[in-house]
Design a protein around this ligand. Structure first.
Ligand SMILES: [Fe+2]
Ligand SMILES: [Fe+2]
Length: 318
């Protein structure tokens, strides 16, 4: 029938996968788009303010549950609950409590920007993670923990958002590092290490010129260390952005708690102790303290303040 269209389940005009969110464009017309978004459990997502105050965004939860943070209050929303935004001033944060599907209607076309810009950058990140066999989902985990640290430290929403995006893209420049160097089971030669050290600046070059300008210095500094021993510039202390100091802790923790070509993964407590040993040398004390709290709250390390799970006495040597 002219002017009428039926779509069967699973069909769409176009589809993009980004940050493990799956977004399908169901239909569009006169600037309005209707999208279907699937978000995996535990993922964070946001509604961003639009430059145009007249733009309206509407979301209907089809399945699953989300928790939404508004004015420091947490609200749980489930199937058939809905929310909308118009003239938003600050981004709104959501966390998926289970796998979630949302119907999303927006009066401003956004699908193309999601599909072109983000997906091409995310494609490169995925390529890096495939090349480096030991970093599968690395940027996802780094982003998740970095955002949790940032929230624990009460950073403002813009900073949290920037940390999230910068974490996803922090190692994008590794695309230029040959696979045999990335996966080398022994220590790198000076020459090989100098190639690895280029990835923060290469990443910035790749992202330059689009809407992510604010996160460029954060990415550039993610391997800087407080005592100046980091790279690429050997910055010290407060010269290093707080956002980068947060990503540095989350990044190092993830590197230690995953298998590497030359060793097995360390336990979270061991990795945290290593990071704590380098407080004020490599890592920011406040960042590490916030991260320790996050790990305790999530039960990833024991909370010794809780007497019921106090550590056992050291085994007797007798
Ligand atoms: Fe890196
Ligand atoms: Fe990394």
């Amino acid at each position: 029938m002219e002017g009428f269209k039926i779509g069967k389940k699973g069909s769409s005009l176009e589809r993009v996968k980004y940050n493990r969110n799956d977004i399908s464009l169901l239909t569009r017309g006169d600037g309005t788009e209707v999208l279907l978004q699937s978000i995996e459990k535990d993922r964070l997502f946001y509604i961003y303010p639009s430059d145009n105050p007249e733009v309206m965004e509407f979301y209907l939860i089809l399945s699953g549950e989300v928790v939404c943070e508004v004015d420091n209050e947490k609200l749980v929303l489930g199937p058939q609950d809905y929310f909308s935004a118009k003239g938003l001033i600050e981004p709104i944060h959501f966390t998926a409590l289970s796998n979630v599907t949302l119907l999303w209607v927006t009066t401003e076309p956004i699908f193309d920007s999601l599909s072109n810009e983000i997906s091409s950058l995310m494609d490169v990140v995925k390529k890096v993670e495939l090349k480096d066999h030991y970093t599968y989902m690395h940027s996802d985990r780094v982003a998740n923990n970095a955002v949790k640290i940032a929230k624990k430290m009460n950073l403002n929403k813009d900073q949290v958002n920037n940390i999230n995006t910068a974490s996803f893209l922090h190692d994008i420049g590794k695309i230029n590092i040959p696979e045999d160097i990335l996966n080398k089971p022994t220590f790198l030669s000076d020459e090989e290490f100098s190639i690895v050290k280029k990835h923060p600046v290469d990443g910035v070059e790749m992202i330059k010129g689009n809407q992510y300008e604010e996160i460029l210095p954060i990415i550039e500094q993610h391997h800087e260390r407080l005592n100046g021993s980091g790279y690429p510039y050997g910055l010290t202390g407060d010269q290093i952005l707080l956002e980068s100091r947060i990503i540095a802790v989350s990044d190092s923790f993830d590197a230690m708690t995953e298998d590497r070509p030359y060793r097995k993964a360390f336990e979270p407590q061991f990795a945290l102790d290593e990071i704590k040993r380098l407080v004020d040398i490599h890592y920011d004390k406040h960042v590490v303290e916030a991260f320790e709290e996050v790990l305790k709250e999530e039960g990833k390390i024991p909370d010794y303040l809780d007497a019921s799970i106090a550590p056992l006495q050291p085994a007797s040597t007798e």
